[in-house]
Design a protein around this ligand. Structure first.
Ligand code: UDP
Length: 288
């Protein structure tokens, strides 16, 4: 992207809206050269990238990283605010006081001159929202492949997506029996000749799989790890009501449905912001 990338704990993010990302994807689909490898990192993934070197390098090498999580938007704003501050105490206080405010801010950028336009990263885009936006707005000739999720889920998601968006899904596979059987999956995908590949193995498995396999997937021009997107679209897992999404409380809804996610939620809502504040205080400069 031409716009400046924003680094959070060493992971770069692109300041693009969902619409701008789809435009970029359509440009790539029309361009015979090159391809886009897209990730939608959330706070948990950024933390994982601190200890998982392979994941960190992958996220530093993707073509587009779009923030999935208001914690990432908060971190970008916070780091920009404190970048020239010398006082560690002030940085820590600003961090702690700014955190609760994230629930009261709009999750989308204003088109006018509103205060949200001062936000460093314009909006949160989940893998699930991005996938649906692409299915709706991609150029009509785009051929899509769905890889991942539990058996039958991708096939159910195909039926729903084709009905809702009139898009063309040329193949599905859960990949579950053989996620590491690279050769078979590559053959399967290559024979379907998709332009767009959505991979739902969960993070960081999907990003690692894509990094290791993308070069062998000849037809694929756009590849994205989409986490639990097929589960939501197929109806296998119910997405949070809109009000939860708007308030940035989707994690709370998912905790009700899947209490086993408690550790992941602790990492996203408590450990991640404290790590960002700690890193900014410790280094005395932007923790890139
Ligand atoms: N999954 C998979 N293969 C695996 C592990 C997970 O296909 O080896 C699927 C799982 O069925 C689910 C998705 O990956 O559909 C990950 O969902 P999760 O909710 O963990 O992702 P998130 O949206 O939190 O990144």
């Amino acid at each position: 992207m031409s716009k400046h990338r924003i680094k959070i704990l060493g992971v770069p993010f692109d300041p693009v809206t969902e619409d701008e990302a789809v435009t970029k994807i359509n440009e790539q689909l029309l361009n015979p050269a090159g391809r886009l490898f897209i990730a939608t990192p959330n706070p948990e993934m950024v933390l994982e990238a601190q200890k998982n070197t392979e994941l960190r390098e992958i996220l530093q090498g993707t073509n587009l990283n779009i923030p999935d999580g208001i914690g990432i938007l908060w971190a970008a704003d916070y780091l920009e605010t404190v970048k020239n501050l010398k006082s560690v105490i002030l940085k820590v206080l600003l961090g702690l006081f700014s955190l609760p405010l994230i629930f009261f801010r709009s999750k989308k950028t204003d088109s006018g001159t509103g205060p949200n336009n001062r936000r460093v990263l314009p909006e949160r885009v989940t893998g699930s929202d991005l996938m649906q936006s692409i299915c709706k707005k991609a150029i009509p000739s785009a051929r899509i492949f769905l890889l991942g999720a539990a058996p039958t889920v991708a096939a159910k998601a195909k039926v729903k997506l084709e009905k809702k968006y009139n898009c063309t899904i040329v193949g599905t596979d859960d990949g579950a029996a053989t996620p590491d059987n690279y050769y078979n999956l590559r053959e399967l995908i290559n024979s379907a000749e998709p332009d767009i590949l959505f991979v739902a193995f969960g993070a960081p498995k999907q990003e690692i799989w894509l990094a290791r396999n993308l070069a062998h997937l000849k037809s694929v021009k756009v590849a994205i790890g989409v986490g639990g997107a097929f589960d939501f679209v197929s109806g296998a897992v119910k997405r949070a009501p809109h009000i939860f999404q708007k308030l940035g409380l989707e994690w709370l809804w998912r905790l009700f449905l899947q209490p086993s996610r408690i550790r992941r939620i602790y990492r996203a809502t408590i450990k991640f912001p404290l790590t960002v504040i700690g890193a900014s205080g410790k280094s005395g400069k932007h923790p890139n």
